[in-house]
Ligand binder design. Sequence first.
Ligand code: DAH
Length: 339
Amino acid sequence: MKEEILKIKENSLASIKSCKNLKELNELKVKYLGKKGELTIVLRGMGKLNPEERPIMGSLVNQVRDELNDLVKEKEKELKKEELQKRLETENIDVTEPSKKINLGSYHPITQIIDEVTEIFLGMGYEIADGPEVEKAIYNFDQLNTPPDHPARDVQDTFYITEDIVLRSQTSPVQARVMEKQKPPIKIICPGAVYRSDSVDATHSPVFHQIEGLVVDKNISMTDLKGTLEMFAKKCLGENTKIRFRPHHFPFTEPSAEADVSCFVCGGKGCRVCKQEGWIELLGCGMVHPNVLKNCGIDPEEYTGFAFGFGVERIAMAKFGIEDMRLLFENDVRFLKQF
Ligand code: DAH
């Protein structure tokens, strides 16, 4: 057995020393030191020896194994160094070669409008408020002076999760949430997605976006509302934009109005965008109803406020000349790339 071990030692040392690369070294490692390697096989045969010889052979095998391990480590270092050197000599990088083109996306038209409008109102000292899209019916309706028998609460218009929880049908519930928590002065805008049980066509979608505005303070009047909206319209749609109010009804404002802007394409003469009207319907607005202030813990004798809300898709469509709302949701990159 001793000769056998020494033979293995001689052969293995010689082949490891002369081995040329890491792959070969690995194979040799397995061949001599692995689980089924030659040394292990010899060890298994120890059972046949007489008891005095066993420890002597055992320690000889261990000695050879240690020696082999040391040599393998040393050789490994040497070969790694050699291979690195070879790579450094043969590989060269052309730093002047043009890099791969990165396909950059662009902001979605809806995001662009939200950013632009937000920026204008931030400039006027507003803060951005946020609220949940899955909303309590109390906030979406009751707090906003919209009683249980109001037609807007019908299941045909609103998506109900339970009797008391809806997908918000407007961004107005954020008003109530903010007023409940914050004392006036309040000056917020709130952009976000809203949901209505509408079928999809060129001007309707069951999900769309609104931006809500709310100001509550002492001595806030309708003139503040009109001045604010006029300022906003000029900044967003062009310096020559005019604004007009038409009487309307919303449960949460009194008086209420719908605001139109003079057509920013034809300047009011009449064109395709304004459907020959000269005016484009922009938003709903009004003075916050005293009941809404009361519901939210604000004294209507001390404070007044105005609010407004508009659809982002409508503005995006008018501004970018998009005729079908579906294009904004289909997200065909060829379409979106144009904006
Ligand atoms: N929430 C209304 C809607 O979805 C829009 C609106 C009208 C918001 C008047 C307001 C407002 O804040 O004062 O049609």
